[in-house]
Design a protein around this ligand. Structure first.
Ligand SMILES: [Fe+2]
Ligand SMILES: [Fe+2]
Length: 237
């Protein structure tokens, strides 16, 4: 359940309204489900070309997020939230570098540019309407999504050779630790806004809808990669 994850990683007690909102979103379901994610994560880890491709995608997504967080944070007056958003941007930029390095360590380094991820962020920032509450709700959903998708890689790492396994493990432990911190501060603000009386369920539902469509686009990208490299996989068997 979403509320349990947020409570566990944020290490705080959430207001009743925020907890209920997260439960309601969980009950509607968000995609892909656990077994789909687990199966895909295993496929990604054991297939070196696919692994490079996905970590390159993670890298560009982190870079795009870093840029957006920096831009939106700069629109705020100096204060705690602006500082946290800029620190967050710096973390995401570090993740870009970490994942970029991981996408280059095997015999199939990825050169895919994933420029559309950066373009999407540019048009989002260009049309940003100043709704910072909505932005933080979207950020929480994105951080939860990242947390789930990266956590799914940890268990299948056992299939890799020890040294490679260590590199990925070290990187993922560091990144997951940061992502938990991002969940913590965004959840802290949303919780405060709920306690102030803001009705945020519709916004959070919308934010997790975006999460769903990003997740499915990620699944589609993985499936397309597998299909387009099918001949090579068969040939190498
Ligand atoms: Fe990140
Ligand atoms: Fe993050």
């Amino acid at each position: 359940m979403l509320d349990n994850l947020v409570i566990a990683v944020s290490n705080m007690s959430l207001s009743e309204d925020f907890t209920n909102a997260l439960r309601e979103i969980s009950e509607r379901g968000f995609a892909p489900s656990g077994p789909v994610r687990t199966a895909l994560a295993q496929e990604i880890v054991i297939n070196p070309a696919l692994r490079s491709h996905k970590f390159r995608r993670h890298a560009v997504a982190e870079k795009a997020n870093a840029w957006t967080l920096g831009q939106i944070g700069s629109l705020l007056k100096p204060g705690e939230l602006r500082t946290k958003m800029h620190d967050h941007a710096a973390d995401e930029y570090k993740h870009f570098q970490i994942f970029e390095a991981l996408s280059e360590i095997n015999e199939y380094p990825s050169t895919h540019d994933f420029d559309f991820l950066l373009e999407k962020e540019k048009s989002f920032v260009a049309s940003f309407d100043g709704d910072i509450v909505g932005f933080i709700c979207d950020t929480l959903a994105a951080e939860v999504r990242t947390y789930f998708s990266l956590s799914a890689y940890v268990e299948p790492l056992r299939f890799l050779e020890t040294q490679v396994q260590r590199k990925y493990n070290k990187a993922l432990t560091k990144v997951l630790d940061d992502e938990a911190r991002h969940i913590r501060y965004t959840a802290h603000y949303i919780d405060k806004w709920f306690r102030d009386g803001l009705e945020l369920l519709p916004q959070l539902q919308q934010s997790f809808e975006v999460y769903n469509s990003s997740d499915w686009s990620d699944v589609r990208d993985t499936a397309e990669f597998i299909i387009s490299h099918k001949d090579r996989n068969i040939a190498s068997e």
